[in-house]
Design a protein around this ligand. Sequence first.
Ligand code: GLY
Length: 298
Amino acid sequence: MEIRPIIVVHGGAWNIPPEEHPPHIEGCRRAALRGWEVLVSGGSALDAVEAAVRLMEDDPTFDAGKGSCLNAVGEVELDAIVMDGETLRMGAVAAVRRVANPVSLARLLMEKGPHTFLVGSGAEEYARYHGFPLIDPRELIVDRERERWEAWRNGQGMYATNLFGPQGTVGAVALDLRGNLAAATSTGGRPGKWPGRVGDSPLVGCGAYADNMTAAASATGDGEALMRIVATKSACDLVGQGVHPQEAARRVLALLEARTGGYGGLILLDREGRVGIAHTTPHMAWAMVRDGVVQAGI
Ligand code: GLY
């Protein structure tokens, strides 16, 4: 059977202000097309999701890499995960401050081992040891987030408390020409978070999961809630039980709300190229490419 490669990306699920819709949609389109180029040139699903997420980490529109929200002390701390559906290998990093592309550090960890999950200064030391570029953490901070953070510190904003506040976590799922699935997720976490706080994104089965036997998934939204229902593994398992990815995404988000009161978004993809895209927040930026045709929405 001929395999039709496909990539789906998301750029966060929250109440995205109207003036921010165009850059969110365009950023997702560009990321999906970047991943698509990788897939059609014979690259792996793993290469495609890493390339797509890297592009969104570099795009200051999103809460990942440069442009991420600031924590309670005005710093950026980043979390990311990448997972290979063929082998179930994965790599994840959390609370890193001196890395522009944490998804690629997660990939390096996956490839070189011997561990699967490193945090904070240990993850940065691992990066330095392997010649991975380290940056000045101030390079990750943009004026928009500094201003939001300062307003919050002055008691003027909802930075840390808004239910659907800025949560532009990014993620990607892909199916390659060899029929393998992969997933990746990257985030700056929630605004005003306690230093050292880690959300769902880098936790396997929560922020992302990929298994050729079921599906690939990436989540966004309320990390404290998403991790409690192991959101992406739950969604992939439903697909493994014969549920269509769209219905699986819907059911997991309904469970999230019913059991935790949390909100979020999911993208899902199975080996037949069936897609699920769902969110319970006012918006979720997304894009996908199949047969060279780009679709995007918010
Ligand atoms: N979902 C991203 C986070 O809560 O950190």
